[in-house]
Design a protein around this ligand. Structure first.
Ligand SMILES: Cc1cc2nc3c(=O)[nH]c(=O)nc-3n(C[C@H](O)[C@H](O)[C@H](O)COP(=O)(O)OP(=O)(O)OC[C@H]3O[C@@H](n4cnc5c(N)ncnc54)[C@H](O)[C@@H]3O)c2cc1C
Length: 366
């Protein structure tokens, strides 16, 4: 197979997975990121890293569950091969609801069955709930358990991807803004540089070129306490958006996330903070004494159908619209692009993601 020179623009989860998959196919990767190597400025830094293909069916279409289940297996295979350790668990997701929100849980169960994934969900009554999460004993009469789901910690995954790329010879350019990108070339500080392929993974910054891309604001809080011992992500049904609590190393718990039609990056509001913290407290009163270690706001890059998209303009590919599913789906998009560049084929399972846009007109200011 021919080895290509490939420029990847953007070191979010989309760009980093694209870069890794292509590097492992033997291509030469140059990564360009306008932010610093700490990678604490972008949407991917804030994402919760839930790998919950079936729970997502409360909002998403069936394809997301099919792709997400396949992608979760890719993460399981890839993370042990990375240059740094990555925190990833596959202990399932437990969904619970207070009495007034029970209809939402029932709806999710029906939706999952209707989509053909009924075998992956299990209703649990009090005793089984206690066995799974002893500290929730007596708080909920029943729960819905999705055993094959998992979570991955972006705070260990992103540095591990960067380090793996570096150790395997990728050229990493942080603090480097690409001014213009077009099929086969990018412009940096006024100078044009040629590549065999250019991958635009700029998230929301690509809005000028993808006019139907919009931001969906999410607020998320990290707590720390030694008093709570949850074993797996817990989702609580909520009338406006799915709320979840994800246990992480160092006694941290990620509590997220709001979902608001806005691209404002202003700090979290009182209302959202109250909702998130009330949910945590209602789940487990010991959260009352937890420390708030982080509060973050970011905007998810979303397309109208809430599905990701790969747009081809000759040798420029735009990979975007990961919305709520950057961690869940990025390995599958990376696999699709690697198959296309390496073997000129579009895998049937992800054919729906592609959009060709005719001749090489995909330029415009980056
Ligand atoms: C609160 C919240 C919770 C979430 N939870 C989950 C979850 O549990 N599971 C899940 O799967 N997903 C989750 N997501 C979604 C996920 O985080 C996003 O889908 C994902 O981060 C999008 O990644 P991206 O790489 O496309 O964009 P980004 O992370 O925004 O990366 C784009 C990068 O491109 C760089 N860039 C832009 N322009 C240029 C330029 N001209 N030159 C060089 N670099 C440039 C930017 O600096 C940035 O680093 C969540 C999102 C939010 C906000």
């Amino acid at each position: 197979m021919r080895s290509y020179q490939i420029a990847v623009i953007g070191a979010g989860i989309t760009g980093l997975t694209q870069a890794l998959w292509l590097q492992r196919q033997g291509h030469q990767i140059s990564l360009f990121e306008r932010g610093g190597e700490r990678l604490d400025h972008h949407c991917s830094h804030v994402g919760a890293g839930m790998l919950a293909p079936y729970c997502e069916l409360s909002e998403a279409e069936d394809a997301v569950a099919h792709w997400g289940a396949a992608a979760l297996k890719r993460w399981q295979a890839v993370t042990p091969t990375l240059a740094l350790p990555v925190h990833m668990t596959c202990e399932g997701t437990l969904v619970v609801a207070h009495h007034r929100d029970r209809a939402g849980m029932q709806h999710l169960a029906e939706r999952v069955t209707h989509a053909g994934f009924g075998a992956h969900r299990q209703w649990l009554q009090r005793d089984a709930l206690r066995e799974l999460e002893p500290e929730l004993e007596g708080r909920f009469a029943e729960g819905l358990y999705f055993a094959p789901e998992g979570e991955i910690d972006p705070r260990s995954l992103l540095p591990a991807l960067v380090e793996t790329l570096r150790q395997n010879g990728a050229q990493l350019n942080f603090m480097t803004e690409v001014e213009h990108l077009a099929p086969g070339e990018i412009t940096l500080r006024g100078e044009r540089h040629a590549f065999d392929w250019v991958l635009d993974c700029r998230g929301l910054a690509a809005r000028e070129q993808m006019s139907d891309l919009r931001g969906v604001r999410g607020e998320i809080i990290t707590l720390r306490t030694r008093e709570v011992h949850l074993r797996r992500p817990i989702r609580m049904m909520h009338p406006r958006y799915p709320l979840y609590i994800v246990p992480r190393p160092d006694h941290r718990f990620v509590v997220g996330a709001t979902s608001l039609e806005s691209d404002s990056l202003r700090p979290a509001t009182v209302r959202s903070t109250l909702e998130l913290l009330s949910a945590a407290y209602a789940l487990h009163p010991a959260f009352a004494e937890a420390e708030i270690v982080e509060m973050n706001t970011q905007c998810r890059p979303a397309l109208p159908d809430h599905l990701p998209r790969i747009v081809q303009h000759d040798t420029l590919l735009r990979i975007n619209g990961l919305y709520r599913h950057g961690y869940l789906l990025s390995p599958l998009l990376a696999e699709a692009v690697a198959a296309f560049i390496g073997e000129q084929r579009r895998p049937a399972a992800t054919a729906k993601l592609w959009q060709s846009s005719g001749p090489a007109t995909g330029g415009g200011r980056a």
